[in-house]
Design a protein around this ligand. Structure first.
Ligand code: BTN
Length: 243
């Protein structure tokens, strides 16, 4: 396994993306930064993290040999690898908030940013960016954020966690390569945050409505049971879960 450790970089995702455009990058090459000056989150947000306290890293995954009809499976695989890693370190009450935030109870401890490298209209590789809050104990203006240290009271070794994550990523990507879509989808849905619980959402127009999360479609849309007993599917831009 090829692991590169940097003191500071704008974003490990941007670094790996640029590198992969310039040269052949080894499968599972991992870039870890103590500090990111322009850490990026989902939907154009900023990912901030205290220097050297947490894990901010990206993994290059070659998916050119995968029969990837549904790219959302890359998200499923990554979410499961992270969740199982945190289970291994005895973190309690874990769930996956669709599409791929990892929570403990109702607090976010891990965010994932997956950026795909497209070649000839196919996904050739994925840059899997992970921000895992490990030993940081204060999150200014982020009341819904937490860390492994806050939850468990323990200080964790960052390298040890990365190795378990990479081992789990390999395990789940092998399942994907072998086409075990049902196993992966069922496992993901088992941990889906607020599944079968009455929940409040906001749509694109800002209209608030309620429903029950039932699961996800093969393409990764969220399936919500609405008041009129109809299950409707939403993609990421169409719905926001308000806790
Ligand atoms: C989210 O919004 O929840 C996703 C956060 C992803 C953050 C990680 S940190 C390492 C990698 N590099 C980035 O710039 N972002 C991801």
């Amino acid at each position: 396994m090829f692991i590169v450790k940097l003191n500071a970089i704008d974003s490990t995702n941007s670094y790996l993306r640029k590198l992969s455009a310039e040269e052949i990058v080894q499968d599972y090459m991992t870039v870890i930064a103590k500090e990111q000056t322009n850490g990026r989150g989902q939907m154009g947000t900023v990912w901030s993290s205290q220097s050297a306290k947490n894990l901010t890293f990206s993994v290059f995954k070659d998916v050119s040999q995968f029969d990837l009809e549904h790219p959302f499976y890359i998200s499923i695989v990554t979410s499961l690898a992270l969740l199982k890693t945190l289970q291994f370190f005895s973190i309690s009450r874990l769930s996956i908030k669709w599409p791929n935030d990892i929570l403990s109870e109702d607090k976010k401890i891990c965010g994932i940013l997956i950026e795909n490298v497209i070649k000839q209209n196919n996904i050739n590789a994925s840059i899997i960016g992970v921000g895992l809050n490990v030993n940081q104990t204060e999150f200014k203006n982020l009341p819904k954020a937490s860390s492994l240290k806050i939850i468990s009271g323990k200080v964790f070794d960052l390298d040890e966690i990365v190795h378990v994550i990479l081992k789990n990523l390999k395990h789940y990507f092998l399942l994907l390569k072998k086409g075990h879509y049902d196993i992966l989808k069922n496992d993901y849905e088992t941990y889906l945050f607020r599944k079968n619980k009455p929940s409040t959402f906001k749509d694109e127009e800002g209209v608030v409505f309620s429903g029950f999360i039932k699961g996800i479609s093969m393409s990764g849309n969220l399936q919500v049971l609405l008041e009129d007993a109809i299950i409707k599917e939403f993609d990421l831009k169409e719905i926001q879960l308000l806790y």
